[in-house]
Design a protein around this ligand. Sequence first.
Ligand code: HEM
Ligand SMILES: [Cu+2]
Length: 571
Amino acid sequence: MSHTSHTEAHGAGAAHADSHPPQSFFHKYLWSTDHKVIAMQYLFTGMAMALVGAFMAYVFRMQLAFPGMSVPGFGVVSPGEYNAMITNHGSIMIFWVAMPVLIAGFGNYLIPLMCGCDDMVFPRVNRLSYQLFFLSVLVLIASLFVQGGGFGGAWTAYPPLSSVAKYNLTPWGSLLWIIAVALEFVAFLLGGINFITTAMNSRAPGMKAFDVPIVVWMIVVASLLFMASVGPLIAGAVMLIFDQTLHTGFFDPARGGDPVLWQHLFWFFGHPEVYVVLLPAMGIVAEIMTVFARKKLFAYRMVIYSVIATGVLSFFVWAHHQFIAGIDPRMANIFTVTTLLISIPIAELCFVYIATLYGGSIRLTTPMLWALAFVAEFLIGGVTGIYLGASGADIFFHDTYFVVAHFHYTFFPIAIIAVFAGITFWFPKMFGRYMNETWGKVHFWGTIIPFNLIFIPMFLLGMAGEHRRIYDYTHFPDLALPELQAMRILATVALLVMLAFQLVFLVNFVLSLMRGARASKNPWNANTLEWTAESPPPHGNWAELPNCYRGPYEYSVPGRELDYWPQDEKA
Ligand code: HEM
Ligand SMILES: [Cu+2]
């Protein structure tokens, strides 16, 4: 992007302000093309869906700890309902929480503000993206209430269970579930177009590629990964819909189809998808760490190269999900090697973060606590993945609670910890007020401690041989041992405690919105461009768009009086 096209596109300050006249309520909040409003729509929809997903976790964890008991607020859980809860919990947390909040929510909010432009390149495509996403939410919710109930074939939807009504007993639930997922994919394809083009073409004059904040890089790479991986799965989804409704046999061996084909299509998308949500989370954490350690990000360029390398490698590991699906054992060897390889750049990123902290003047604010916790907890998820990536060990671990614990130690830091980090960090910018720090810290500890108490027992249960997706362990005497049941009860009680502490966040959030202390433009003394706009930024972001003179992480520069150096400050 060149200097001139930026000024041509946006004109001088005065002309710029004219293109953003005052708007009616309908156009301002419901039919808006403003990237910040769309970001909020995604953020709040995602947070509402997190409550739905958490409620489901509550219901099935109660069933696991106290089988057959009537769950307060739900009732007795039938086996079909149990499966539907597990399936939709997983689907919601990934497709309707992690994706909308991390990529669409933070991506929409941050990319134009951090790049110093007034909006996305294609604002109406952006609006369409949210509208389709909202439609997908409605379809998914509807799928839970149709005849036969919600789909129960797991978020991975393996056929023939997912494709044949005679097996899954949820013909409508299965169909609506797959339609909802497909709609959601279209929404994110549309969103990704904007993230990539805006970061490439609308940067402030003077902002070179290596002056772009790391979180923007991460969201752009994540969007590219999503675009490159989702195509085969969309084709697969259409084939699955045909199998369900037109009785084709793409995935049915009885009719010459192959159920493992679906597994390949699904995981060719499914594994890169992990990085699609991981990268924005790591970007958020990096921004927060540099600000609260007052340090330059360690090895900024190396981080970008590693992230791109990780992205490329992530297309060559998918069959580690299929070690015992009957693939050729020689293939398993290859996928073990690629899987262990991909842990190298990810481990490197964790070391980069620790090196960024080293020697910094660290301030343990609430967002910083979340950022530090992200690295600590995610490491546990990463390290346990090495065991699962080794095909021999996975023969034992596959489909046990060890896997459930492993992926929650990756997804919970991503979808919950990094999101809380981001919300508490950008709250003053988004809403012009501070959140309460004390209650922020109470909420932090009230979430982190129970989180570990929920999932550490699951590692132990998995190692004891407990398989997942079992509705009632009392039917399996060797899994119903009292010591194993005690761990299940511990996990469930810890979940209840963790959920109770989320009320602290909700109350803090709402009260701070209404009467938190007013925040200035740049409350954390940070460098990146969003902190030069008003808090909250008006429609159009700046009266006069900023220029960029340096990279984003010039903290504690020797010889400078201030320990930060905003990107827009003339040298
Ligand atoms: C709020 C705390 C949470 C608890 C207590 C919890 C608990 C569980 C449990 C017990 C299972 C079922 C294991 C089985 O029987 O197969 C499960 C499945 C799953 N969870 Fe969570 N979870 C939580 C949050 C999350 C988050 C934040 C994410 C992702 C962002 C997530 C993603 C998943 C996925 C993908 C599955 C697999 C679903 C399937 O097998 O189809 N969970 N969760
Ligand atoms: Cu994978």
